[in-house]
Design a protein around this ligand. Structure first.
Ligand SMILES: Cc1cc2nc3c(=O)[nH]c(=O)nc-3n(C[C@H](O)[C@H](O)[C@H](O)COP(=O)(O)OP(=O)(O)OC[C@H]3O[C@@H](n4cnc5c(N)ncnc54)[C@H](O)[C@@H]3O)c2cc1C
Length: 332
């Protein structure tokens, strides 16, 4: 009996975690619209500097996530980011926050984790899936690079609004996915060169414009050059999603300077802005995965259960396990 063919749309950690579970039971093809893997666990390289401009770190709470990450810890692909966590209020006053779970990052960049998970996968990078055609069990993917398929199953591991556009969902599933709420976020990347700066390594910020500030160079395995990450507040970002990027950039930078007036703005070597249209989950689906065994379509991602890297990984893992079980029982 030949292995079933499964297409997974999206090479973020959810899609890659699902693919991992299907090794040996299905022929999996992962299709990713970006040129690299990792999705929102992202790293931007610019002029020799590197910024983790999406997920800043992750925590490991679930035993299954721990089991999967442990070999990567042993291999040095993941390390703890042991810096104090601070809070900064609107006046720029810094206070130390109580640390709870240890924080982990990919080394030398956040994308290192996804890169490790794609080894020996059939991965199509730079291919955007536009729609599905065909029928259950014989799906074709229409992409900006031509048609792929046929596939027995199609899994969307893209954010909820994109999944809604892609999959021919049954009415009840469509309604459920439409109820998921995801917020946008702007990230400002500030490169300060070798300038010593009075910015704490990792800070939650209580400010109408800014939510988070971190010194990327304090993470293990990074270049020493000062590279700051500034995440804008989600509500503020949503209100400015359609504004010209140059204006958004300057608004965030001037708020940042209010918080750190000691910083000489002329020392900024470069300022870059990234717009995350679907950054984090305000209202999740409320179950770990979506599956329609009649239509042979399924979905996973952080938006199913939470708002974090771990939630995305577990959603993909549970979907992969579920498909593996279904495939094995069909073969009996
Ligand atoms: C600014 C920011 C800060 C964050 N900070 C943290 C943090 O500190 N800690 C934490 O735990 N989490 C954090 N998160 C959340 C975390 O990054 C996500 O929960 C997790 O990475 C989501 O993984 P995913 O696989 O579900 O989705 P994604 O990573 O979004 O992966 C989906 C993939 O699908 C691809 N795709 C979409 N549509 C198509 C298409 N039509 N064709 C082909 N490919 C497609 C996308 O390009 C993407 O690569 C942060 C997120 C952002 C944006």
């Amino acid at each position: 009996m030949t292995e079933p063919r499964i297409a997974i749309i999206g090479a973020g950690i959810a899609g890659l975690s699902a693919a991992e579970q299907l090794r040996g039971v299905a022929a999996v093809t992962v299709i990713e619209k970006s040129r690299g893997v990792g999705g929102r666990m992202a790293t931007r390289r610019s002029d020799g500097a590197a910024f983790d401009h999406g997920a800043q770190y992750f925590t490991i709470r679930d035993a299954r996530f721990h089991a999967a990450m442990h070999p990567l810890l042993d291999a040095g692909v993941i390390e703890a980011w042991n810096v104090p966590l601070s809070s900064i209020d609107e006046t720029g006053t810094v206070a130390r926050l109580a640390d709870r779970a240890p924080r982990f990052v990919g080394v030398p960049t956040m994308t290192a984790i996804a890169k490790t998970m794609t080894q020996s996968l059939d991965l199509r990078l730079g291919v955007r899936v536009l729609s599905l055609t065909g029928e259950p069990g014989r799906w074709h993917l229409e992409t900006d690079g031509g048609q792929l398929g046929p596939f027995d199953w199609v899994v969307s591991a893209a954010p909820a609004p994109q999944t809604l556009d892609l999959l021919p969902l049954a009415d009840t599933d469509r309604e459920a996915v439409a109820g998921v709420r995801m917020n946008g976020c702007f990230t400002l990347m500030i490169r300060l060169g070798t300038e010593a700066v009075p910015v704490p390594a990792a800070s939650r910020v209580d400010h109408p414009v800014i939510l988070w500030v971190a010194a990327n160079n304090t993470k293990p395995g990074r270049d020493p050059e000062t590279c700051l990450i500034v995440h804008a507040d989600n509500r503020w970002s949503e209100d400015h999603l359609q504004d010209p990027p140059e204006i958004v950039k300057q608004l965030i930078f001037s708020s940042f300077r209010q918080l750190f007036p000691q910083l000489n703005p002329d020392t900024a070597v470069s300022l870059e802005l990234h717009r995350w249209r679907f950054a984090n989950v305000a209202e999740p689906l409320g179950r770990p995965l979506l599956i329609d065994t009649d239509r042979r379509i399924a979905a996973c991602g952080d938006w199913c259960i939470g708002n974090r890297v771990e939630a995305a990984f577990l959603s993909g893992l549970e979907l992969g396990e579920r498909l593996r079980t279904d495939i094995s029982s069909e073969r009996r």
